[in-house]
Design a protein around this ligand. Sequence first.
Ligand SMILES: [Zn+2]
Ligand SMILES: [Zn+2]
Length: 147
Amino acid sequence: MTGSWATPAPTEVKRPGWDEYFMLLAEQAAKRGTCSRLQVGAVVVQNNRVVGTGYNGAPQNIPHCEHYEDAPCEISVHAEVNALLYARFDEGAWGPTKMYCTHMPCFECSKLILNTPITIVYYREWYGRNAGHDLLSTGGVHIVRVP
Ligand SMILES: [Zn+2]
Ligand SMILES: [Zn+2]
């Protein structure tokens, strides 16, 4: 009786952890980016819920930027800024407020991040020129690279 009636072992569900999950969402947001030079996405998270998302692109009613050489983008609003503009921060959040970025935020975005409740920034790709790593760190924001 035992063999065939034994409860089968549950099928294990493979699923991403929280950090991987939110980074995947940031990468999906990046796919909406309109800058032909680089697509960037950002997600703001409180209590393991998304409270804001953004991707980079020209401001509303302005034509998408086009690049014919590897010059810095002049017109795009960065993903982090868009995520912050549309974020609805919950004052009663029990955990740290986090931002997941496909790329290390630049210096300008980092200044803005420091003036929000965000205390942890996760990123995947290094943003070479003008990265805000040192500024964030000096301002007390914890930085974690998601491999
Ligand atoms: Zn551009
Ligand atoms: Zn930026």
